[in-house]
Write a protein that binds this ligand. Structure first.
Ligand code: V47
Length: 395
């Protein structure tokens, strides 16, 4: 780690944690709680920013992607969700593979590199539906990376179609699945599971499927839904479970804290987490998850401006351009549905960071393919090239 002593961090009472961070010592559960309880948000942020800059310098990643939510029919009944419908409700929907194709064709002029697809646990869909949807996406845009179906959806497929999760994942991978998004983790504790989402898998199930996917060579992300009924201890427990699993598989790419949006949910009486809370969660995650390469400030959830501030609180990724997102907008998200690549780049540059367009697996991609510089020895020159090379030599 680069030499760094922040008098500000020391004065704010975080000296002991700073020493650990500088010596590369892993932070404990107690350290995590201290970071959550500490009065000085800027001190916590400075520490996280140091780790972020050590890992990524000034780089901030973004991706040009399209979100598609294929169905809102769901039997899990999660209390925090404003998106789900029962099959009988008038606004329940399922996108057919043809609908998915149509949505993709509407955006063929954009250089989309990733389709992010998640939906409800809909027991009426046959397994062939999932395979068809993936194959359709790969047919329409063969170069696109398909990041689809949460661990929860994979678990439901295994149960409904009498297959092991491994078999489900293998077949989806054969059809063209490239990686798994981080949703469905919520808070990985028994308490949160019982109170909020007992209709779907608990933390043991979620982790087992994540590890199986990683073993099969499918990378994934991990989210954390915060700001509802969970305690600070549960947030730290969630991170420790992920850190432990990552030591084993190294299959997680990014951690994404998602602030709970209460509108139109069964928990609509709860206040929305503040921007300060969102920034603190990014920072604590960056410090606790020392084996996670990336922390994502998901702008569609946080709003572009708060996500931009997140680039100084531990985050190195803003996610993507996102076309028609439904899950948060049903729950009152005020963010736009989509921002263009130029706006994402501007957000990053305004924050003093260096934008790098990435693919799903965090390989940097050239935004605009550059022509290699002309080398007169490498090719037989055209008359124009030869004249230019001659002019250059004479100059
Ligand atoms: O698991 C649902 C959350 C998640 C609400 O991998 C809510 O790059 C807030 O998977 N308020 C699904 N959050 C989204 C998801 C995701 C999102 C961004 C990036 C990635 C990635 C994955 O949405 C669910 C749940 O935790 N969610 N309802 C709500 N009312």
């Amino acid at each position: 780690m680069t030499p760094f002593r922040s008098r500000y961090v020391e004065r704010s009472g975080l000296g002991a944690i700073l020493d650990k961070v500088l010596s590369g010592e892993r932070l404990s559960r107690e350290d995590g709680l201290a970071l959550y309880r500490h009065d000085d948000l800027l001190g916590v942020g400075t520490l996280a920013n140091h780790v972020r800059e050590t890992l990524h310098g000034d780089v901030a990643y973004y991706i040009v992607n399209q979100h598609i939510n294929h169905t809102n029919v769901c039997v899990a009944g999660c209390k925090f969700c404003a998106f789900y419908r029962t099959a009988k409700q008038s606004d329940a929907y399922v996108l057919s593979p043809e609908d998915v194709e149509r949505r993709m064709r509407e955006h063929m002029h954009e250089p989309i590199r990733e389709i992010h697809m998640v939906g409800g646990v809909n027991p009426d869909l046959p397994f062939s539906y999932y395979l068809d949807v993936i194959r359709t996406m790969k047919r329409v845009r063969p170069e696109v990376h398909v990041k689809a179906f949460t661990m929860v959806e994979i678990a439901a497929m295994a149960e409904n179609f009498d297959m092991t999760p491994e078999e489900v994942l293998r077949r989806l991978k054969e059809a063209g699945l490239g990686s798994i998004p981080g949703g469905g983790a919520e808070i990985l504790t028994d308490h949160a599971h019982q109170v909020l989402f007992k209709g779907k898998i608990d933390h043991r199930g979620w982790m087992e499927i994540a590890k199986t996917a990683h073993r099969l060579g499918l990378k994934s992300n991990a989210t954390m839904l915060f700001g509802h009924v969970e305690t600070l201890e549960e947030r730290i427990e969630h991170m420790l479970l992920l850190r432990e699993a990552q030591d084993e598989t190294h299959g997680f790419m990014a951690f994404i804290p998602l602030a709970f949006h209460p509108e139109n949910t069964r928990l609509s009486h709860l206040p929305k987490p503040s921007a300060a809370d969102e920034l603190r969660n990014l920072a604590v995650a960056r410090l606790m998850l020392d084996n996670f390469p990336h922390i994502k400030a998901y702008w569609i959830m946080m709003t572009p401006r708060v996500a931009q501030a997140g680039l100084h609180f531990g985050a190195d990724d803003l996610d993507g351009t996102v076309v028609t997102e439904e899950i948060y907008h049903r729950a009152g998200s005020m963010s736009p549905q989509m921002i263009g690549r130029h706006e994402l780049v501007a957000l990053i540059e305004e924050a003093g960071r260096v934008p790098v367009e990435r693919d799903t697996l965090y390989n940097p991609v050239e935004a605009v393919p550059r022509r290699p510089p002309f080398d007169p020895r490498a090719v037989s020159p055209t008359p124009v090239d030869a004249a230019v090379a001659g002019d250059a030599a004479r100059a």
